[in-house]
Ligand binder design. Structure first.
Ligand SMILES: C[S@@+](CC[C@H](N)C(=O)[O-])C[C@H]1O[C@@H](n2cnc3c(N)ncnc32)[C@H](O)[C@@H]1O
Length: 400
């Protein structure tokens, strides 16, 4: 079976470099999934995968091999305890919010919880969220049972203190397990992260960026920036520090920790308002216009836009989908989103804007519509993150 399309799809949605998705792992996982659908031709599987989010999740779960352990890169945990202690010294009422993304099978966030507990930080002063793309890994995290292999950097007394059993599987003490809010999410799809009420003071994003494409790394950094509170700390893997050169993050050491502080906070400025619909009953698309006022679009996309602007939504949809079948572009996905929004299909519209942003993380129109869609869905956290991303695009033009 030709796996190229499937690898491309996985890469586009997760940001993972196609080469990091081992060929045999993908082939084996796809074969296994196809076998579960009697009568389905292997060549139709890619079609189904693109359409069906549950199937996509199942394939991801079949491909990902978890690789993590407790207290990986040990020095970071003491550095985090120290920084939280300082913060509580300055503000004893603070509640420090930590996010582990990706958390894999849970060893990283549990290590933070053990370090905070052993460091004497009061339980009421911190909370931990943990997210990973792989649903199987999240289920394993929630179970909290581990093999010897996960303890390769854990002092015996620490294990004895926090794990209930004396032998395999070692089970994390329920009082720690219940402190961590695990969920499935995709760093490349900010809408799935559901930050649940604000930004984080500390984000650990270790040993993921090395597997991402350059464009996905840039998008991931933008999202991490939005997830962090002003002055928040970002911990990354030792091979990943190069990605932060010249960025909004500055190293705060200590050496060997790869801990960075977000330099500044950019307040969202723009007030977004949906444009009024044209009198014709069509939808007002917001694709860029050339100075002369004529669409600066490929002629074929201009045709779809014209259908949309004049209210011929069925034809606009058909034309847009035809074009996407030929060559998916950020502009075409964005236009598809606008049309779907106008045909009262908000969920699919959001999905189209998301795809547009996959292809071009700086697509202004897709970002604008995504903000409006998040606001319409009453998701202020998501809307805030997208709005700040949009403001960062707009800021240099407004303040040259
Ligand atoms: C090597 S583990 C890192 C775990 C842990 N942070 C550590 O350093 O030990 C990489 C994890 O990234 C997850 N992952 C891959 N792509 C992702 C994405 N787009 N969003 C969230 N998690 C992702 C995988 O499921 C895997 O569990």
């Amino acid at each position: 079976m030709n796996l190229e399309r499937i690898r491309d799809l996985i890469s586009a949605r997760t940001g993972l470099q196609p080469d990091s998705l081992g060929l045999t792992a993908v082939a084996g996982a796809v074969e296994g999934r196809v076998r579960l659908q009697p009568g389905e031709r292997p060549e139709d599987y890619a079609e189904r995968l693109a359409r069906d989010p549950l199937e996509f999740q199942a394939l991801i779960d079949a491909i990902i091999v978890p690789e993590t352990w407790f207290f990986r890169g040990g020095a970071i945990y003491n550095a985090l305890v120290k920084s939280v202690r300082e913060r509580l010294g300055a503000d004893p009422a603070a509640v420090v919010r930590v996010l582990s993304l990706p958390c894999s099978t849970g060893e990283e966030p549990y290590s933070v919880a053990m370090a905070f507990t052993d460091g004497g930080l009061p339980a009421k002063s911190w909370s931990i969220d943990a997210i990973d793309l792989c649903a199987n890994s999240i289920a394993a995290s929630q179970l909290g049972r581990y093999r010897e292999f996960s303890f390769r950097e854990t002092p015996a007394e620490v294990r004895a203190r926090h794990f209930a059993s004396a032998g395999e599987p070692f089970e994390i003490h329920p009082s720690l397990r219940d402190r961590i809010h695990f969920r499935v999410g995709n760093l490349l799809e900010p809408m799935t992260l559901n930050a649940g009420g604000g930004r984080f003071d500390i984000v650990l994003c270790r040993n993921l960026m090395i597997y991402l494409t350059p464009a996905a790394r840039r998008a991931a950094l933008g999202t991490l920036d939005q997830l962090l509170a002003p002055g928040g700390l970002l911990a990354i893997g030792h091979a990943e520090a190069g990605n932060l050169h010249g960025s909004q993050f500055e190293s705060v050491g200590p050496e060997g920790c790869f801990l960075f502080r977000r330099k500044e906070f950019i307040e969202p400025k723009s007030e977004l308002k949906p444009r009024p619909a044209p009198a014709s009953g069509g939808v007002r698309t917001v694709m860029p216009l050339s100075p002369s006022g004529s669409p600066s679009l490929p002629p074929s996309l201009a045709k779809a836009k014209n259908f949309a602007d004049t209210g011929r939504l069925t034809e606009a949809l058909a034309e847009c989908r035809r074009l996407l079948g030929l060559a998916p572009t950020a502009d075409a996905y964005c236009l598809l989103g606008v049309i779907l929004g106008a045909t009262a299909e908000p969920e699919r519209a959001r999905d189209a804007f998301r795809k547009s942003l996959y292809l071009d993380p700086h697509h202004r129109e897709a970002l604008t519509h995504s903000v409006l869609a998040a606001e319409a869905k009453r998701d202020p956290v998501q809307a805030g993150m997208l709005r700040a991303r949009l403001d960062r695009l707009t800021a240099p033009e407004e303040n040259p």
